[in-house]
Design a protein around this ligand. Structure first.
Ligand code: SF4
Length: 284
């Protein structure tokens, strides 16, 4: 059996920079992160071990400094938070800022904004938080339920699968042939790289292991993408989740990981696969 790592996998620069910023500010004084800095319980536990607090609501912040996560937030939410007194550090990923600017431009130019993404995801709440009217779609049924507007401006949550985004944009265009539909592709480059590398890997694999937090959107998207090309896909958070019976008749085991998965967790999962499947060290 051999292990085939996807050409792009694991932590993206946005997550890495956000973690580094949190650690830097925590050295200077007490820090609370508002929400999950990344959707990975192992990373969050490591930050808490450094004395960094996590609060899901600004009302529960007890430190003079709080940090907005890599997922970003709206200007309105930022203003509300600052009005309560704390110093706000923004760890918002630059590529989330790109998506915010795209949405602001669509609004300014008179488009009714439609976001392709998960309605309750923190990034989508940030993208829509400065809009009075907008729609969020994720499935065909959501598009079929949209009202007609003369101008529809479509952008996406940065971690959505490009194939789904393009499919929904096409559906919107077919649903409203009279409307001016403008699409701005805001899916981030690291997500695209991980998605396309996952396809290349999953095509060759008998079993695929995807490493990442259960609540990480881009990890779930990787699981769905791999499942289109390989029938045996398993999502694990840590090496402890790996089960020996998954590799019984596998010749090639594919490995990928979401953008919030640290390298050491991926290495531990790979070592565990080798251990339970009795595979040699050489990597593809
Ligand atoms: S997944 Fe993309 S948008 Fe999100 S933090 Fe990473 S690089 Fe930035």
């Amino acid at each position: 059996m051999r292990i085939l790592r996807a050409a792009h996998l694991g932590t993206c620069f946005g997550v890495r920079d956000a973690i580094a910023l949190a650690l830097k500010h925590a050295e200077a004084g007490p820090l609370t992160i508002l929400g999950d800095l990344v959707h990975n319980p192992t990373v969050l536990a490591a930050l808490e071990a450094k004395g960094i607090a996590v609060a899901q609501d600004v009302a529960h912040v007890r430190t003079p400094t709080l940090m907005v996560t890599a997922h970003g937030t709206s200007e309105r939410a930022l203003a509300r938070t600052r009005a309560l007194g704390p110093t706000v550090v923004e760890a918002t990923c630059p590529l989330v800022h790109v998506a915010h600017r795209a949405v602001a431009a669509l609004k300014r130019e008179g488009y009714h904004v439609v976001i392709i993404g998960q309605r309750d995801h923190v990034e989508v709440r940030g993208l829509t938080g400065d809009l009075d009217r907008f729609d969020v779609v994720l499935e065909d049924a959501d598009v079929l339920a949209l009202r007609e507007y003369p101008r529809l401006g479509v952008a996406a949550q940065t971690t959505q699968a490009v194939e789904r985004v393009l499919h929904l944009v096409d559906l919107i265009r077919r649903q409203f042939p009279q409307s001016d539909v403008r699409f701005v592709d805001t899916v981030c480059k690291p997500t695209k790289q991980r998605q396309s590398a996952a396809v290349g890997m999953a095509r060759q694999a008998d079993v695929v292991i995807v490493v990442g937090g259960r609540s990480s959107n881009n990890t779930s998207e990787l699981v769905k993408t791999c499942a289109r090309y390989c029938h045996r896909v398993h999502h694990v958070q840590t090496a402890e989740d790996v089960r020996p019976e998954w590799f019984d008749v596998a010749k090639v085991v594919g490995l990928t990981a979401g953008t919030s998965t640290p390298d050491n967790i991926i290495d531990e999962v790979e070592a565990r696969i080798r251990q339970v499947a009795n595979a040699p060290e050489a990597r593809e």
